[in-house]
Design a binder for this molecule. Structure first.
Ligand code: SF4
Length: 205
C-alpha cells in the first residue's frame, strides 16, 4: 500500500474510534482523542490517556505535559515532525474535585479494551521506535507486571500486532510537572531527556 493509503486508513480508524464503546470511559469523556502526527513517523510516543485539555480540545498532548514533551524532544534531538503521538487509552478518565476534573488512572480492563486501537496505529504508522511514556503505556504493551523503573531508557525489540520494532520506556512528562520543588523537577526533566536521547541513538535516528 502506498503512503496515501496508510494515511486514509489511519483517518478511517480514527473515525471508527470516535464512536468506540468498548469500555465505560466513553460515557463521561467529551470525545475520543486519537493519535496524531506524521503517518510516516519513525518515532511513536505513547502516553497514558488524554488529560483535561486534550479531552476538551480533542487532540493529544496539547496541555502542559504536551508542551513539556515538545521541549524534551527538541532537547534530545528528536524532530517533532518525525513523531506520531498517541495514548494507550483514548478517553479521559477523571473524578470531580471541586470545580476541577482530576485524572484517574485507567484500570487493566480499560487498558486492554483500548489496545486494538494502539495496535492499529502501530501497524499503519510502522514506527522504527516506540517510546512508552509512563506505567500505563508500559502495561498496555507488556502487561501489568511491567515496571518502567526497571527498564527506563533501555531499548528492547518488541512486537505488537503486525508491528515489530524498538521500544524504550521512560517517565510520563506529567511526572516531571508533579515534582515537589524546582530541583526535583529539573532532575526528572534531565532524566526524561536522557532516556529520549538514548532511545534516539538506539534507533540510529
Ligand atoms: S477508552 Fe478506548 S476502549 Fe474505552 S471507549 Fe474509549 S476508545 Fe473505546
Amino acid at each position: 500500500m502506498g503512503r496515501a493509503g496508510y494515511v486514509k486508513d489511519l483517518r478511517k480508524i480514527a473515525a471508527d474510534a470516535a464512536t468506540c464503546t468498548r469500555c465505560p470511559l466513553h460515557e463521561r469523556a467529551t470525545q475520543t482523542v486519537f493519535g496524531e502526527g506524521s503517518a510516516a513517523a519513525r518515532v511513536m510516543l505513547v502516553g497514558e490517556q488524554p488529560g483535561d485539555q486534550e479531552d476538551k480540545q480533542g487532540h493529544p498532548f496539547v496541555g502542559p505535559a504536551g508542551h513539556l514533551l515538545d521541549r524534551a524532544l527538541a532537547d534530545s534531538g528528536i524532530s517533532r515532525a518525525d513523531t506520531y503521538v498517541t495514548n494507550a487509552v483514548k478517553h479521559f478518565k477523571w473524578q470531580e474535585r471541586g470545580k476541577r476534573r482530576i485524572h484517574q488512572r485507567p484500570n487493566t480492563g480499560e487498558i486492554k479494551a483500548c489496545r486494538p486501537w494502539l495496535d492499529a496505529e502501530l501497524g499503519l504508522v510502522g514506527p522504527r521506535l516506540v517510546v512508552l511514556l509512563g506505567a500505563v503505556a508500559g502495561e498496555s504493551l507488556f502487561g501489568s507486571r511491567f515496571r518502567v523503573g526497571e527498564h527506563k531508557g533501555q531499548a528492547r525489540e518488541a512486537s505488537a500486532g503486525e508491528w515489530h520494532g524498538l521500544v524504550v520506556a521512560t517517565i510520563h512528562p506529567s511526572a516531571v510537572l508533579r515534582g515537589p520543588d524546582p530541583e526535583s523537577r529539573d532532575r526528572a526533566y534531565e532524566g526524561l531527556v536522557a532516556d529520549l536521547s538514548a532511545a534516539r541513538k538506539a534507533a540510529a535516528l
